[in-house]
Design a binder for this molecule. Structure first.
Ligand code: ADP
Length: 334
């Protein structure tokens, strides 16, 4: 069975974009591949953060993912497998300073920090982030990594690092992880359908996957349908985005009926919004119920994930034993 690795940062809420763009796909992949899904708390230390919140968000993300259908045995918390850091150091020694400076995410995040403070602190951690990501992938000898366009450059770097390591030590040790492109919809912000749904834009720009029904309905009811730009007779971005949501929720009967109304020039936005709200609520209510049930059994769920991380750690430790051998690190031998 081929291996898949994917990770998510514990950044608080999970929204519809995260679900349709990533998590739903992760759940499906579990039937076909051996999957490793990491909640990557080490990565979250690369931007300013609060320690209490980091730990809280890490567990919250674990519960969210379980509620969405990720199997507990496939889920680990990155810092419970500290071998990721050891491998990251070793791989950092086969990564050039030059290639890291070309990573666009580093440039974007540096700019983001400097937007509010031109002297903002930019850490070595942020710079070295793609090396840790390479370690996350290579430590499990992952064959495939489901990636969005924004992470393609980092995966390419992971492949280069693997190749250089193999070349340097004269051994085909690390496989070259391949991207796994899956058609996933891009979900747009209800408050601005010209932008991607995202947490970083603020609360009104995303629909919380575990949100309260009344708030979710209200957000959809007030979704922007007309942004004022000339539509050239075509469908506005806001209306298209609502139809896309219906499709993503697999409400195809409602989608097709409303699309027929649209073609006949008889579409009422209030009907469209009502259908989208019903579809979204129908999707997320069971998630919230599962989340609450898991929360009620918090302690045993946490123990289960700690055990799963321990099991997954054994694979990481095996890799490190081999890597230590290959790279000449301390051993009782010799
Ligand atoms: P955010 O910061 O808004 O939570 P991230 O950049 O951390 O989003 O993305 C986490 C995952 O969710 C990634 O795989 C990303 O491709 C996916 N994702 C995020 N926003 C969207 C969106 N609006 N539509 C589709 N997929 C998305």
């Amino acid at each position: 069975m081929k291996t898949v690795l994917s990770c998510i940062q514990p950044t608080g809420d999970l929204h519809l974009g995260n679900y349709f763009g990533a998590v739903q796909n992760w759940v499906r992949l579990q039937d076909e591949y051996k999957c490793f899904y990491g909640v990557v708390d080490y990565h979250s230390m690369t931007m300013p953060y609060n320690p209490v919140q980091l730990r809280e968000n890490t567990w919250k993300m674990v519960f969210y993912l379980l509620a969405c259908g990720i199997k507990p045995e496939n889920l680990f918390i990155q810092s419970l497998v500290p071998e990721h850091i050891e491998l990251s150091w070793i791989l950092g020694c086969t990564t050039s300073y030059g290639e890291l400076t070309r990573m666009t995410q580093f440039k974007d995040k540096t700019e983001q920090l400097r937007e509010t403070d031109k002297d903002a602190f930019v850490s070595l951690g942020l710079f070295a982030y793609p090396v840790l990501q390479a370690a996350d992938i290579l430590i499990y000898h992952a064959d495939y990594v489901p990636v969005g366009k924004d992470q393609e450059q980092h995966l390419e770097l992971s492949r280069n690092i693997a190749q250089r390591f193999n070349h340097q030590f004269g051994k085909e040790y690390f496989a070259h992880p391949e991207p796994l492109f899956t058609e996933t919809p891009k979900i747009l912000s209800p408050a601005d359908p010209n932008k991607k749904m995202s947490k970083s834009l603020g609360e009104k720009h995303y629909i919380n996957l575990f949100g309260e029904e009344t708030r979710v309905r209200k957000q959809i009811k007030s979704a922007v349908t007309d942004t004022g730009e000339p539509s050239n007779g075509g469908m506005s971005a806001g209306v298209k985005s609502l139809f896309d949501l219906l499709r993503a929720c697999n409400s195809m009967d409602a989608h097709d009926a409303l699309m027929a109304d649209y073609s006949a020039g008889a579409l009422k936005y209030s009907d469209l919004k009502e259908s989208v709200a019903n579809a979204v609520v129908g999707l997320i209510n069971p998630f919230r119920e599962r989340f609450e049930a898991l929360q009620a059994d918090k302690k045993s769920v946490k123990n289960q994930i700690q055990d799963a991380s321990g099991e997954i750690r054994k694979r990481a430790q095996q890799t490190l034993r081999e890597v230590r051998e290959i790279t000449g690190l301390g051993s009782l031998k010799g």
